[in-house]
Design a protein around this ligand. Structure first.
Ligand code: ATP
Length: 517
């Protein structure tokens, strides 16, 4: 299946099975805003809990907060968002489509990378076992030229960005012959800056009221509460503050479904440390966050680090964890070594001391920060798109059929078990409800008695339910049920009393967390 077809199918499936709906759909929708349906909201909750527990429960020195979306307007001056939270945008005059100039350039570079990789693949096939990839990359003239081209574009782009030289950014697009993906033309407008923050007015007298912003990230709510938490929690460095919450960005080009939204949710953790220890802690969080992703079992090959070449002036190091989405490797999470920039800025703008007295060194200083920042919705898309599968299965009569199944990691699945009486009579529904009552306090369960058992299995496969429990006539005699496993479709005869332990083993976060080293 081509990746674009697959992605379209994932989006259609998300709607058909109550995962994601377009916002205000009956009014033709609101662009880049989405609602989560009955199954989507459960999956989303589970993702959030997987993250929050891994931070707060597993670390004695990390606590959670929940700060407000609205903040004092000066917060965003201090953080740099008022002055510099801009994207360079460019319009194509023929298609009337608007693009982020930096994304056009990045995509162009990605294409050149793609050509290099194709050449390497070809050579690999030609030379077989004797192929030395490193040597090939270093000596093949075409690859050397292409890599030189990439380096040249990157260095021009970096310089132009640092200098805020928008004319030069446009010139790169012209010189590289970058065309509009819709019209195919090179008929571009000038590049302009566009601030991504939504604003509104506080208070009833709008003329006199102050402009306030919908937060574009949750991190600032953590920074401004640093001292509150440190003092009231008597926290000692190093310690972390974690928060999950909505963020808003007026994205110029909102596309790729829930990958880039105007209203989205972030899970951010700021880890406050002693200056000088930032490299150690950056490595620690980089590795731990990658492990957190990989133990879910979506395939190690689907993740990679992408170190930032274009560092913000205050950042010491930054890396993205990229995931192999249906449209290629893209940022899922960012890990940033932010020095004392944020706290120092807030200290300056608020006039309040945001220092830490270190009892070990007898010194006061502004702590350094390592940040981990991940979008809930992007994580949701990673899980959903990876889980979606259309399997061809052979039936008993020799014919084949397609089974649509979501291989969602069981711990994240919206529904953990479906309880299905084989028929709607003979006391089977009553017995099935007994099973439901045994399980429902610990696991999100569904009870279903409509349609054939095969159809009910398929419906549960399509929402990723790891277990189907069928209650039949034998159940009335010996208290056993059929337990069907989603991925293998294998079935076991199980004693009802053993069900809680069997399900728990598969769906409890504990068993995942134990894999974190
Ligand atoms: P991008 O380069 O893709 O715009 P970013 O570098 O601006 O992302 P950050 O500011 O580092 O993103 O935000 C942290 C995380 O928040 C990202 O890794 C991503 O998972 C999520 N995120 C950011 N913007 C959006 C958005 N518009 N929609 C959904 N998630 C987002």
């Amino acid at each position: 299946m081509a990746d674009t077809d697959r992605f379209k199918k994932v989006i259609a499936h998300a709607k058909e099975y109550g995962f994601v709906f377009q916002s205000s759909e009956i009014y033709d929708g609101l662009s880049a805003v989405y609602d989560y349906g009955q199954n989507g909201s459960e999956l989303k909750e589970n993702i959030k809990r997987y993250w929050k527990d891994s931070m707060v429960k597993l670390h004695e020195n990390i606590v959670g907060i929940d700060s407000a979306i609205f903040m004092h307007p000066t917060v965003w001056k201090a953080s740099g968002h008022v002055g510099a939270f801009n994207d360079p945008l460019i319009d194509n005059k023929d298609s009337k489509k608007r693009y982020r100039a930096d994304v056009l350039i990045e995509d162009h570079i990605e294409k050149i990378h793609g050509k290099i990789n194709k050449d390497v693949e070809k050579a690999k096939k030609r030379f077989g076992d004797s192929f030395n990839e490193k040597q090939f990359r270093e000596t093949n003239q075409r690859i050397i030229d292409r890599q030189k081209k990439i380096d040249e574009i990157l260095s021009r782009f970096k310089k132009a960005t640092e200098e805020g030289n928008l004319a030069e950014i446009k010139q790169i697009i012209i010189d590289e012959g970058i065309t509009c993906p819709v019209s195919g033309s090179k008929n571009w407008t000038d590049v302009r800056q566009f601030n991504l923050m939504f604003d509104t007015k506080l208070g009833s007298l709008s003329e006199d009221a102050d402009k306030i912003y919908l937060r574009p990230e949750t991190a600032q709510g953590i920074f401004v509460n640093y001292l509150n938490v440190q003092k009231t929690g008597r926290m000692k460095l190093p310690f972390g503050i974690a928060q999950i919450g909505k963020a808003f960005r007026n994205e110029i080009v909102a596309r790729q479904f829930i990958f880039r939204m105007r209203e989205f949710e972030q899970m951010e953790m700021q880890f406050f440390i002693r200056p000088g220890e930032e490299d150690k802690w950056f490595d620690y969080w980089k590795n731990l966050r990658m492990q957190w992703h990989k133990i879910l079992g979506l395939g190690d090959e689907n993740y990679r680090f992408h170190d930032h070449e274009n560092l913000a002036h205050y950042a010491k190091a930054a890396t993205d964890i990229e995931f192999n989405f249906p449209f290629g490797f893209k940022e899922l999470e960012g890990i940033h070594s932010r020095t004392d920039f944020d706290l120092s800025q807030h200290q300056k703008f608020s006039g309040k001391k945001l220092q830490y007295f270190d009892p070990e060194t007898n010194e006061s200083y502004v702590p350094y920060v390592i940040e981990t920042s991940i979008g809930v919705d992007r994580m949701f898309l990673a899980v959903l798109s990876n889980a979606f599968d259309e399997e061809t299965i052979k039936k008993e009569d020799g014919k084949s059929e397609t089974r649509t199944v979501l291989h969602i990691p069981p711990a994240l699945a919206p529904v953990k078990a479906a309880i299905l009486p084989l028929v709607k009579k003979d006391g089977l529904p009553e017995k099935a409800r007994e099973v439901l009552n045994l399980l429902k306090y610990d696991f999100n369960c569904q009870y279903e008695e409509k349609d054939s058992i095969g159809k009910r299995y398929r419906r549960q496969d399509a929402i990723g339910t790891p277990f189907c429990i069928t209650v039949d006539h034998q159940t009335l005699e010996d208290n056993t049920v059929t337990l069907r496993h989603r991925d293998s479709m294998s079935q076991d005869r199980i004693k009802i009393e053993n069900l809680p332990a069997i399900i728990d083993k598969e769906v409890n976060f504990k068993n995942l967390f134990k894999k974190l080293v």
